[in-house]
Design a protein around this ligand. Structure first.
Ligand SMILES: Nc1ncnc2c1ncn2[C@@H]1O[C@H](COP(=O)(O)OP(=O)(O)OP(=O)(O)O)[C@@H](O)[C@H]1O
Ligand SMILES: O=P(O)(O)OC[C@@]1(O)O[C@H](CO)[C@@H](O)[C@@H]1O
Length: 314
């Protein structure tokens, strides 16, 4: 069972415009609303792949109710802590004249109290056990301490659970100290963690990934947008180039990748196959409107196109 934790969910409002320019008036050609936030997107994709998932985290106000209704419509189980504030709305502007070019406006999110966090903690513990896989992903509202993912990782690991984290900045730094089973940084998040700029070569990315493995993280998936990804654990390093798709919005592609990795772990899919599945799933997510997950049939087609190379240990 895959339990996703979204501490800062959002209604994703995706607007299609032509020739996006700051400071200009745009006539919106299409508007789409999705139940979003990184963990919720992971649940949507796990569900689309046929896996078992439950979405948790914090929801509030009418936006929170809309998200729960959307999850009900998709038949995705959920158990959110209801908070006093209003769940945020994030606006994504897709320039349809430039394939996949998206400008994002992400709100900070509502206040979450210590009592809300205690309630979430109790909810999470009810699912903890050897076969539970927790996914912590995305930002947290400003009222939540950046140690939160690290705190929950330690707590759930003590209950034999497997913890996956996708975060950036201080949230990621603190989570790494607790050694989650898997992390999925993109190049920006990874290089920032090491105090480097993004313009590093593949060899350096592999070295950075290995440094994290040596710190005690089992698996590191480094996503590289259109360029594909690198997958590392103690035994193997795999490299895959991205696959060509007709991208509409790349928003949520990282979540789809994480979802496939979680699903692969839950189903005991071998590491290399899991890497392929995650490339196909994330590329598939780029073709859908808004932050909708890719259909399983599309993923099954795309996976045939993924070429995996094993990188020898230096
Ligand atoms: N334009 C694209 N074409 C094909 N595949 C893509 C494209 N963009 C992203 N992907 C796939 O999605 C994966 C994740 O993308 P990326 O590295 O941008 O993650 P991310 O920064 O976490 O994404 P986000 O935060 O927008 O969800 C990539 O490794 C790749 O497999
Ligand atoms: O502000 P955060 O939590 O970092 O990111 C939030 C978000 O951009 O992430 C998802 C795409 O990955 C969207 O559904 C959502 O709006």
């Amino acid at each position: 069972m895959i339990i996703t934790v979204t501490m800062n969910p959002a209604i994703d409002k995706t607007l299609d415009v032509e020739n996006f320019t700051g400071g200009a008036i745009h006539r919106v050609t299409k508007v789409i609303q999705d139940a979003g936030g990184k963990g919720i997107n992971v649940s949507k994709t796990v569900h689309a792949l046929g896996g078992e998932t439950i979405a948790t985290g914090f929801l509030g106000g009418s936006s929170g109710r809309m998200i729960e209704n959307a999850l009900d419509d998709m038949e995705i189980r959920h158990q959110f802590v209801h908070i006093d504030g209003e769940t945020r709305t994030n606006v994504k502007v897709v320039d349809v004249t430039k394939k996949g070019f998206v400008t994002e406006f992400n709100e900070p999110g509502p206040t979450v109290t210590l009592r809300d966090i205690d309630e979430l903690s109790r909810t999470l513990e009810t699912y903890a056990g050897l076969s539970s896989i927790y996914v912590f992903s995305g930002s947290v509202p400003a009222s939540i301490d950046k140690e939160i993912y690290g705190y929950f990782t330690r707590k759930l690991k003590k209950r034999q659970a497997t913890v996956l984290v996708d975060a950036s900045g201080e949230l990621l730094t603190e989570a790494i100290k607790a050694r989650p089973y898997l992390i999925k940084p993109n190049v920006y998040e990874l290089t920032r963690y090491f105090g480097l700029t993004e313009d590093v070569n593949e060899e350096t990315l592999i070295d950075l990934g290995r440094e994290l493995i040596n710190k005690g993280i089992h698996t590191v998936a480094i996503s590289r947008g259109q360029k594909g990804a690198l997958f590392l654990n103690h035994e193997s390093i795999y490299k895959t180039d991205g696959i060509q798709v007709q991208a509409h919005s790349t928003v949520g592609s990282g979540d789809a990748m994480l979802a496939a990795l979680a699903y692969g772990l839950d189903c005991d899919i071998p590491f290399g196959e899991c890497a392929k599945l995650s490339i196909a799933t994330s590329a598939g997510a780029c073709t859908t409107l808004g932050t909708k997950p890719p259909a399983k049939e599309l993923v099954e087609e795309l996976v045939k196109e993924v070429r995996l190379t094993m990188v020898p240990f230096a």
